[in-house]
Every structure is written in structure tokens, then in C-alpha cells.
Design a protein around this ligand. Structure first.
Ligand code: GLN
Length: 294
């Protein structure tokens, strides 16, 4: 198989790779083939169509064969390319970051709704993203809120370096800072918005996750302890004390966790102005709490 794409045209290679993915029961076979071939050849969809009849060079064929082999071995497309779009923003990934999920855009939506419902023309809003990973949530928010500035924390230096690269590439470096620490432990107070997608999978459920997640997402970004809620127990009290009056905490939750996470917020004095926000599959995915003035 090592050179089966050599000398093929782009169109024939696309079909061949799609068929190989289909035979491996990859349900996004055609999409994965298009994305990998497009990225391997540095062509967008229009380019792939315009150059459909062009023959692959030997170097291109070898690069695509490598991508195909990795995909057939179960590696997700986003890992192979070390890149994923989130909120329409191209992000670079590292093995130390989760692949950002469309579900997580629910957290961005809920946070924006709450900020926009309570405009504060008198101040530049400050945002903290706890366990920022690739910087996805923070950078999405900064891209929507031109006056805001923010800080992302992560325990992983490799994650922070991916987040810094992403901020720079998106032209957001002057409004985004990144710091290495556990949860919010290095932060001072007074944030208008704190967001997080913490690890929330129950330890015993990790073995049963899809292989693409289990074998490729960083374990510590997934493992939420015996009941999945360990990170929230640390994070929510820290965040509650770091919020400014009228500040908002918005977090992602796993399936079935929204009620328990709401109660953890209530226990720290946060109130729920809005119900949890559901993701595209209808699962309550983002939970928010508001800190009332003293
Ligand atoms: N959304 C991820 C998954 O279910 C989990 C991410 C997390 O634990 N925060 O695969």
C-alpha cells in the first residue's frame, strides 16, 4: 500500500482513499478523505476540484499515504493534522490539548448571551478560561468581544504553548495572556466572566469511550474522578471567589451532570438566571451561575 497513490490523479486518489475509509467502517469516510487530501496538498475544496485531473507527485503521494495509514489506525483527522476549527477559528492542537468539540461552542454561546444581556459600557470585560487547552473558549470569546481581555490557565506547558500560538495567529495576543497553574490557583480576583471545560468523564467510563477519544485525547483533560465531578468541586468555589459582582461562571458539563453542577454552584452562592443550554444533540451542555453583588 505504500505507493498505491503514486501517479494517481487527485480525483482518483480521493475516491480510493474514501473507499479505504469506508471499508474500515469510518462513517465520515468521504469527508475525512477530502479534509486529509486537501490538507496534504494544501488545497481547499475549490482547489481540489480545479486540480482534480492533476497527478500526485511522489512526495505528495507519500504524505497522503502516511495520513491514510494513521487514520486507518484510528487516529482522528484533527490529531493527524494537529488542527481543528472551533467557532470558525482555525486552531493548532498539541497532544496535550483536547480536540475542541462543537458541543463546547454551547459554552461560548451561553457566556455571550449572559454578557450581552447585561452590557457594561463602563468597563473592559475580563475573562478567565480555566484549563484552556488550545485556548478555544477564550479565543472564541475574545473574537466576539473586541474590548475584552482574558487569561487562560493550564497545568500543561505544551497546551499553553499551543494556546499562545493560536492567540498570535488570530491576532489576539495583545488581549490574551496564558499562565501555568492548577485550575485558577495563580489568578487574582475581579473577573467578569470565568469559563471552563474541565475533565468530567467518570474514571471508570474512560475505558469505554470511543477509541478516537480514549486513545488520543489527553487523559487528564478527560478524567473527572470517580463520579466525574471532581474538577467542579475544586473549580467552582475558586471561580466563585474570583468573580466580580455580577460576574458570570459558565462551564461545560457531561451528559446528566447539569443538575449536580448547578447545585455545586448554588452552594457557593451563585444563582441561576438561565437554565442550562443544550448542545445540538439536545443534551444540557453548558451551565452558568451569576454572582450577585454583596
Ligand atoms: N467532551 C469530551 C467527550 O465526551 C470530554 C471532555 C471533557 O471531559 N471535558 O469526549
Amino acid at each position: 500500500m505504500s505507493d498505491s497513490l503514486a501517479g494517481q490523479t487527485i480525483e482518483i486518489a480521493r475516491r480510493a482513499v474514501t473507499r479505504r475509509f469506508e471499508s474500515a467502517a469510518i462513517d465520515t469516510a468521504e469527508l475525512d478523505a477530502r479534509i486529509l487530501i486537501g490538507a496534504g496538498l494544501n488545497l481547499d475544496l475549490t482547489g481540489l476540484i480545479a486540480q482534480a485531473a492533476r497527478q500526485l507527485t511522489a512526495a505528495e503521494a507519500a504524505r497522503l499515504e502516511d495520513f491514510v495509514r494513521r487514520r486507518l489506525a484510528g487516529e482522528p483527522v484533527a490529531r493527524i493534522l494537529a488542527a481543528k476549527e472551533f467557532w470558525g477559528l482555525p486552531l493548532q492542537l498539541s497532544p496535550a490539548t483536547l480536540v475542541p468539540r462543537p458541543d463546547t461552542e454551547t459554552v461560548v454561546e451561553l457566556a455571550l448571551e449572559m454578557l450581552r444581556a447585561a452590557p457594561r459600557p463602563d468597563r473592559r470585560r475580563s475573562i478567565a478560561d480555566i484549563g484552556t487547552g488550545s485556548g478555544a473558549i477564550l479565543l472564541a470569546l475574545l473574537s466576539e468581544l473586541p474590548d475584552a481581555y482574558g487569561i487562560g490557565t493550564d497545568i500543561s506547558g505544551a497546551a499553553l504553548s499551543a494556546a499562545r500560538t493560536n492567540a498570535a495567529r488570530l491576532g489576539l495576543s495583545d488581549r490574551a495572556g496564558f499562565v501555568a497553574c492548577d485550575y485558577a490557583s495563580a489568578l487574582g480576583g475581579g473577573f467578569d466572566l470565568i469559563v471552563s471545560n474541565p475533565p468530567y468523564i467518570r474514571t471508570n467510563d474512560i475505558a469505554g469511550l470511543a477509541a478516537e477519544v480514549r486513545d488520543h485525547d489527553p487523559h487528564r483533560a478527560l478524567d473527572g474522578g470517580p463520579d466525574g465531578l471532581a474538577a467542579y468541586r475544586t473549580l467552582i468555589p475558586q471561580a466563585a471567589s474570583l468573580l466580580a459582582p455580577n460576574g458570570v461562571l459558565a462551564v461545560e458539563v457531561g451528559r446528566g451532570q447539569s443538575g449536580q453542577v448547578e447545585r455545586l454552584m448554588t452552594a457557593t452562592g451563585l444563582i441561576h438566571e438561565r437554565p442550562p443550554k443544550a448542545d445540538l444533540a439536545g443534551i444540557p451542555r453548558a451551565v452558568a451561575g451569576l454572582k450577585l453583588p454583596p
